[in-house]
Design a protein around this ligand. Structure first.
Ligand code: NOJ
Ligand code: CA
Length: 541
């Protein structure tokens, strides 16, 4: 057996620095606050933290509008604090990756401020300009709710500039070798600082070419491979994780031949998990998973249920999207662009059975799971806040003022804590959850420990079986040494299901959680009763 890269067995955790813990009482979470809470993440079993952008920024897209790639925003602390954070993370045998926004900068970035002066500016060609907004017509608009074109007019120089996201986020021009060099420098700067890699934002859009949809172009892959080669050369342990919200055939090339990204988010899978809960038909999950062929051996899927964005519905058909909106976003304001701007627990009616069912799949599918901060305690959202801010509210630590997140006066918090209803911090918080052995937090912590004891998760292959019931997702995960059988029942009514178990006749099934008795398979079939949203996971011996 060769060497197993660290990220194959890891559990990742995404957290908004501003929302995690405020150490100095200004109402904004910060680096020192995160340092104080590292023990919490370690206790939960987290191996790698992903921080969305922490750079100085006008914050018109929550930091994805970068104004300076070489430091962190002062409100988060100093670079000394950041170095201290890295030291503390590594001391605990954990890793930390940061967001790398390659595709665009903020319009406040000095490069763009210079570029606006016109073609004589040395920075003009850092961006993509045109005299007319007619080019690249085939590129879709991503932020559909706010943008009507991918071109915006610059009063100052009389040109239009290209932007795939908000108009205040001009796209960098990757045809310019200087831009390609500049961004390589950014990577090296942070790797030299000690980060363990990058979640790379919006990777499909680096280059534009007439007559294409300007996504996933060969030139883009070529550049990404150069980045990988550079990372590999200087920091062979560091990782690149791709944010490419694409269909399988376009997503797979981001792994290259093991020479591009180490990891990529499994965007096609995610919406189908939610869909199956409503349709009680798991076939789309099986179909999409079977359509994700094997990836190079050192590569890894990053599986997730939710993140800091809307639950995106880009990777489903228009009919499926309508269905998902109807089911999960009955109120118009719950929708955003092509998605649903809600957190996990409210999406799943705060029903522990559904929440655990989806996690049981997340934790057992081949790949590396990533959790979104607060979902481990079942936090809610605040849809009264605009854009995606409703899923980025302060972490709920305890029942004290501001949920224990900050000592600032409540009106100074960057966003209000959730204080009403079933998701109020009085009810949903870390302190309560971590003292309750039956809480979601304790259950997730237990599952993370189980994954670590069973390396088959993360490394194994998967095989699906068609059961007698459309609501039963049934698969095995195996690696030649270990085998695990997973039954995830997406039905909402109790059901007896006859299962053909010939393949395992003579074997013993051991409940991985140690809750159910051990079971010897001496018959060809078993009749199992499944309660609504029940999962059963067995080690096969
Ligand atoms: C994807 C990020 O996840 C999202 O939050 C951001 O708005 C866009 N990329 C633009 O950077
Ligand atoms: Ca602070």
């Amino acid at each position: 057996m060769g060497y197993t890269p660290w990220y194959k067995h890891a559990v990742f955790y995404e957290l908004y620095l501003k929302g995690f813990y405020d150490s100095n009482g200004d109402g904004i979470g910060d680096v020192r606050g995160l340092i104080e809470k590292l023990d919490y993440l370690q206790e939960l079993g987290i191996d790698c933290i992903w921080l969305p952008p922490i750079y100085p920024s006008p914050e018109r897209d929550d930091g994805y509008d970068v104004a300076d790639y070489y430091t962190i925003a002062p409100k988060y602390g100093t670079m000394q604090d950041f170095q201290e954070l890295l030291k503390e993370v590594h001391k605990r045998d954990m890793k930390l990756i940061i967001d790398l926004v390659l595709n665009h900068t903020s319009d406040q970035h000095p490069w763009f401020q210079e570029a606006k002066k016109g073609p004589t500016s040395p920075y003009f060609h850092y961006y993509v300009w045109s005299k007319t907004p007619e080019k690249y017509k085939e590129a879709r608009i991503i932020f559909l709710d706010t943008e009507t074109s991918n071109w915006a007019y610059c009063e100052e120089n009389g040109y239009y500039y290209w932007h795939r996201f908000y108009s205040h986020q001009p796209d960098l021009n990757y045809d310019n070798p200087e831009v390609r060099r500049e961004m390589k420098k950014v990577l090296l700067y942070w790797l030299d600082m000690g980060v363990d890699g990058f979640r790379v934002d919006a990777v499909p859009y680096l280059f534009e070419r007439e007559g294409t949809n300007c996504e996933n172009l060969p030139e883009t892959h070529e550049y990404l491979k150069e980045l990988r080669a550079m990372v590999e050369k200087h920091y062979p342990e560091a990782i690149l994780l791709a944010e490419a919200n694409q269909w399988p055939q376009d997503l797979l090339p981001y792994f290259g031949n093991g020479d591009e990204f180490h990891m990529a988010f499994n965007f096609p899978l995610m919406p189908r998990l939610f869909m199956a809960l409503k349709t009680r038909d798991v076939s789309p999950i099986v179909k999409i998973m079977e359509g994700l062929p094997e990836i190079p051996v050192q590569c890894q899927w990053c599986n997730f249920l939710r993140n800091h964005d809307e639950l995106t519905l880009e990777m489903v058909t228009p009919e499926e999207r309508e269905y998902m909106w109807k089911m999960y976003a009955p109120e118009k304001r719950m929708r955003l662009n092509l998605g649903i701007r809600r957190r996990l627990a409210p999406l799943l009616d705060n029903d522990q059975r559904k929440i655990r069912l989806l996690h049981s799949v997340l934790f057992t599918l081949p790949g590396t799971p990533i959790l979104y901060y607060g979902d481990e305690i079942g936090m809610g959202d605040n849809i009264a806040l605009p854009d995606r801010n409703g899923v980025r509210t302060p972490m709920q630590w305890n029942t004290s003022r501001n949920a224990g997140f900050s000592v600032a006066p409540p009106e100074r918090l960057y966003a209000p804590v959730i204080e009403k209803g079933d998701f109020s911090y009085q009810k949903v918080n870390v302190e309560i959850a971590s003292h309750d052995p039956s809480s979601l937090f304790s259950w997730i912590k237990g599952w993370i420990a189980l994954r670590k004891r069973n390396p088959v998760f993360g490394m194994g292959k998967i095989e699906f079986f068609s059961g007698k019931d459309p609501a039963l997702l049934w698969y095995r995960v195996y690696d030649g040494k270990e085998e695990v059988l997973v039954f995830a029942f997406f039905g909402d009514m109790e059901k007896e299901i006859v299962l053909d178990m010939r393949q395992w006749q003579g074997k013993t099934l051991i409940d991985i959680e140690g809750k159910k008795p051990t079971f010897s398979l001496n018959k060809e079939t078993v009749v199992w009763k499944f309660s609504p949203y029940e999962y059963k996971v067995f080690l096969v011996k």
